[in-house]
Design a protein around this ligand. Structure first.
Ligand code: NAD
Length: 246
């Protein structure tokens, strides 16, 4: 049990990729705090599923786009112990359209949902890692940051920023023993992908060397590796998990 007793925060941790990440850590003995925004049913079913695992998953309804929401999640996780071990910034949204037709709202919503949580959660999270000079942060980016998918200027801008943010924060916090990395998934089978047109999904699959869609567990494996001591000398990096597109 690689993460036995470790305190792990996963934003957007009750559905899709985040759900697989939460379950992976709980399977390895961690005490997971999974933040979510809306879907109470998914959150409750995750808690039930986790009851059979060696670790534990506690769900927290909070909006991590705001400082108050992010702080509430981090404080709940740190609790009496006053620290957290791992922070996974996974929450994110997609609002695709060609730039010429993109509404200001779709631009702002994506930047706000994908980028602001990194600022707020890392800020509060690092404060709960500093006392022990120990901790690991993993930010979920996207292959879109590298390949530039048409219709995703807002999304690609937010996910590219996540990589620059990761590299810079890693330099700030490295001397304090805190590692910061990113994972850039390709096309992964979640609700988010069900909003894409079937022809778009097909073309992305065909562009991949492995010629298939990815599984959420395959992203969770990469996140767990970067969070663990096996990656003790890795920081400021982005690990691409895309079946060979980029
Ligand atoms: P999903 O829509 O299935 O789940 C997203 C989760 O984020 C939900 O649980 C939602 O409640 C939560 N969330 C969104 N905004 C939030 C907020 N403000 N506060 C708290 N929680 C919030 O999405 P997914 O496909 O599992 O994607 C997870 C991450 O992976 C996202 O950052 C996404 O951009 C990234 N990603 C996904 C794919 C893919 O193909 N699915 C590819 C590359 C990157």
């Amino acid at each position: 049990m690689e993460f036995c007793g470790k305190i792990v925060v996963v934003t957007g941790g009750t559905r899709g990729i985040g759900r697989a990440i939460s379950l992976h850590f709980a399977q390895e003995g961690a005490l997971v705090f999974a933040a979510y925004l809306k879907n109470d049913e998914a959150a409750e079913s995750l808690e039930r599923e986790a009851a059979a695992l060696p670790g534990r998953i506690s769900v927290i309804k909070a909006d991590v786009r705001t400082s108050e929401g992010a702080r509430a999640v981090i404080d709940a996780a740190a609790g009496d112990s006053g620290y957290i071990d791992v922070l996974v910034n996974n929450a994110g949204i997609l609002r695709d359209s060609y730039l010429a037709m993109m509404s200001e709202k779709d631009w702002a919503d994506v930047i706000e949902s994908n980028l602001y949580p990194l600022f707020h959660c890392c800020k509060w999270g690092i404060r709960k890692m500093l006392s022990r000079r120990k901790g690991s942060i993993v930010n979920i980016s996207s292959i879109s940051a590298y390949t530039g998918n048409p219709g995703q200027t807002n999304y690609a801008a937010s996910k590219g920023a996540a990589i620059s943010f990761t590299r810079t924060l890693a330099r700030e916090t490295g001397p304090m023993g805190i590692r910061v990395n990113a994972v850039a998934p390709g096309l992964i089978d979640t609700d988010m992908v069900s909003s894409l047109k079937p022809e778009v999904v097909d073309s992305i699959i065909k562009a991949s060397a492995l010629n298939r869609i990815g599984r959420t567990e395959e992203v969770a494996e990469a996140v767990a590796f970067l969070s663990s001591d096996r990656a003790a000398y890795i920081t400021g990096q982005c690990l691409i998990v895309d079946g060979g597109i980029a």
